[in-house]
Design a protein around this ligand. Structure first.
Ligand SMILES: Cc1cc2nc3c(=O)[nH]c(=O)nc-3n(C[C@H](O)[C@H](O)[C@H](O)COP(=O)(O)O)c2cc1C
Length: 250
């Protein structure tokens, strides 16, 4: 089976070391991860760690021989893109169309047909600064997914907003965006039958089978998207397509 491709950008925040945990977890869960770093982020985490975790060279140089078109090709390659941690500097550059390194150039080559997630991490004053806030609003309006920050003890000794979201939560959100984006975009109606049937011999006796409905539930979940009409006939089942039921009830 083809592995899902994640373009993992890292910028210069003291929280950059936490990205190693996330990259490792993605690799362990069979995602194909390509790391891109800003120059500044290398002050916080070494590329040896990230190359070791992914088994691939980390990309930093915009003008690397033989890889000059990386800033376009990597965006075409990726199924989802994340900037984690996102520094105030890189966030503001992205919101202003500045493309002076590989991370920011890649963002300008974004064609908006796949999710781009930003996970800010910075001191509270930097986070609250109008430049950062206006940039985040602008990026959000363009369609970038801005993940929230945690509140708590920061590296500078302050306590407040701007702390990198817990990597476990980032992982869950990333995979969720990924799965929603990968739902099959099918037009038309689908009928899925699910679960065991009963063939009555008489009023009390029947012939049945061992079906639990698990296969149909999985198929239904993979097809589910708002634009299609999905009709499920559920008979004697043990498994429910939870995402469908959740949204159907709302
Ligand atoms: C010790 C230290 C910690 C820093 N932590 C952060 C941070 O958490 N978030 C942030 O936005 N900037 C932080 N900075 C400032 C950025 O590293 C700086 O703005 C840098 O130019 C960002 O470059 P980049 O956006 O190209 O990666 C920190 C700087 C230092 C020296």
């Amino acid at each position: 089976m083809l592995k899902s491709k994640i373009l993992f950008n890292i910028s210069g925040s003291v929280a950059a070391y936490k990205s190693a945990y996330l990259v490792s977890k993605l690799v362990q869960n069979d995602y194909d991860v390509q790391v891109v770093m800003t120059e500044a982020s290398q002050k916080f985490i070494g590329k040896a760690t990230l190359e070791g975790l992914t088994g691939k060279p980390v990309l930093i140089d915009h003008f690397e021989d033989g890889k000059m078109m990386n800033h376009i090709n990597l965006m075409k390659w990726a199924d989802i893109i994340i900037l984690c941690p996102a520094s105030a500097n890189t966030i503001s550059k992205m919101a202003n169309g500045i493309a002076d390194n590989l991370v920011t150039s890649l963002f300008l080559a974004h064609t908006w047909d796949k999710p781009y997630l930003i996970v800010p991490a910075m001191n509270t004053a930097m986070f609250n600064h109008p430049s950062t806030q206006e940039s985040l609003t602008k990026l959000k309006n363009w369609g970038v997914e801005i993940l929230p920050t945690d509140e708590g003890y920061l590296a500078c000794g302050d306590t407040g907003k701007g702390k990198l979201l817990d990597p476990e939560k980032i992982y869950d959100l990333l995979i969720n965006y990924f799965q929603v984006n990968n739902k099959k975009k099918v037009k038309g109606n689908i009928l899925i039958t699910s679960g065991a049937t009963r063939e009555y011999l008489d009023g009390v006796r029947f012939i049945s089978n061992m079906s639990t409905g698990k296969t149909a539930s999985t198929i239904a979940s993979s097809f589910w998207i708002v634009i299609i009409m999905l009709l499920m006939c559920m008979v004697l089942i043990q498994y429910y397509p939870m995402d469908i039921l959740k949204y159907s009830i709302l």
